[in-house]
Design a protein around this ligand. Sequence first.
Ligand code: 5GP
Ligand code: MN
Length: 360
Amino acid sequence: MPTPIDPQVTAAIRDAHDILCISHVKPDGDAVGSLLGAAWLLRRLGKRPTLALQDGVPDEHQVLPGAAEILSAAQPAYMRDVVERAFDLVICLDASSPDRMGTAYNPARHRTAPLLVIDHHITNTRFGDLNWVAPTCAATCQMVAYLADALDVALTGELAECLLTGLVTDTLCFRTSNTDAEVLETAMRLMRGGADLAAITQQTVNRRPFGLIKLWSLILPTIHLEEGVIWATAEQMLFDLAGYPMGDISLSSFLVTADEADMSAVLVEKADEISGAPVVECSFRAKPGFDVAQLAFAFGGGGHPPASGCTLPGTLAEVEPQVIPALQTARRAQAAARDAAQRTAGRYAPDAARQDAGGG
Ligand code: 5GP
Ligand code: MN
């Protein structure tokens, strides 16, 4: 069953007219899809949405209907029309903590309006005045589809196209372990509403620029595999060499496919945008049955059990020796807990199995 929606959420939307919609820094398909989906939904209700993403829309999502209207910090109108303007309501989508909104949320100006948080991250810190957090949903786009149902808006046209994009990208095209019947049912409804699954898949998960493949080729020589954790590291210089901009490089999802690994990490050193001091962006992935969200949260970041991230101060030489042993420790503890649970359930007994094999 779809997650029930607090009537205060629908009431807040019905009562507002001039609405700021924002999502997280370094936006992915679910961030852009849920932001645009919310905008199409609000327009159908006769509302006036303003859309903002601090870092703008990544190239592969520029094709989405309405993407050109999203204001980013690189545009002169951003300060006047987003940061310095007051609204009736602010809706924040797919962000698990306030820092993820970047400059798109300006408390000094926006505090006069209620902040409605709509998100599916298990690590969400409930930073809104109203918080609708549904970790059982595979994408924030799935939540926006349920919101459309609650507000009697049909899942058709531009709305359907934007929402299916987030479902496809957050589930890696329905391959993640949280792809349940609800996800497929929502996707089916969006397709019936006109969303083109083949076109969306081709535009997102089935393609990448040559520069990104070149960058992977430069980073892959750094891979290590120890104690079930596979990881790679990169400095800014490699991005310059590959001619690829700093940002999401999706390499951790590829690394965790290694049979010998339960967890993966990609650590990228860059200069902090404000201070210029070195920071390391960490991207983590886990196989089903393992959880990297807790670790990312402990390091000040967040995410989902199978996919999470954080940014830590320091150089690679400083951060790698903190993060990798922590991942290995977490993996050991989780593997032991899983084995203990399986033994208790009587389904798997490695000691007994060894005795059986040796006996006779
Ligand atoms: P990715 O590795 O694709 O950048 O991120 C994977 C997941 O972790 C996403 O759900 C993303 O929202 C979350 N995530 C990545 N970096 C951070 C971070 O610095 N802070 C928080 N709160 N979440 C992050
Ligand atoms: Mn998401």
